[in-house]
Design a binder for this molecule. Sequence first.
Ligand SMILES: N[C@@H](CCC(=O)N[C@@H](CS)C(=O)NCC(=O)O)C(=O)O
Length: 204
Amino acid sequence: MKVLGSPGSPFVRKVRVIAAEKNIPIEYVVERPNVEGSRIPDLNPLGKIPVLLLDDGEALYDSVVIGEYLDGLKAEPRLVPADFAGRIAVKRLEALGDGLAEIAVTISHDYGPMNDPEKRAGWMPRQYDKLKRTLGFLQRSIEGRSWLHGDRFGLADICAGYALFYLDQVVADVAWRRSHPGLAAYAERLAARGSFRSTVPAQN
Ligand SMILES: N[C@@H](CCC(=O)N[C@@H](CS)C(=O)NCC(=O)O)C(=O)O
């Protein structure tokens, strides 16, 4: 089983952290989606990474599906609660982490309505507002607790962690640690985990 992707992708780190937490050996192959000869468009019609290539040749995407697959391969450690309400709560936190990373990708790489300065002037503050609202939500959610959902580490924490660390990489001017000290302390606990330490992205 191989995960295809590049070091600059937060979603690739997300699935590598999930695999490490589940203790599932997974080969990481650097494969960029938008270079001549890339296999990615043949494996994923959307042309996006990460792609999980199974031993029988089947390709899985996107990071949500890959995460679900890896979590389902082994019962323990459970990253998503079994009960319906708990599962939905954690999946909502996953959506928040993924959304945070998506906005950061857009701001830092895609730049939104680049060619229209008037539209762009309104667009950029809206993206920063989304980041600030989400950071505020996460800060309130972690107040007085160790982990985002229930009393054990899980998918919600993986998603908050990979997204927050991606902000450090590409939109450092948000300086979220200064404005959200509770979130910063939580992030220190996440960063100390083997899964995060072993997946620190190389300089592209
Ligand atoms: N929702 C997808 C997002 C994947 C994604 O946006 N990947 C980016 C890299 S960070 C990509 O492959 N971009 C190349 C492209 O869109 O052409 C997931 O969770 O896997």
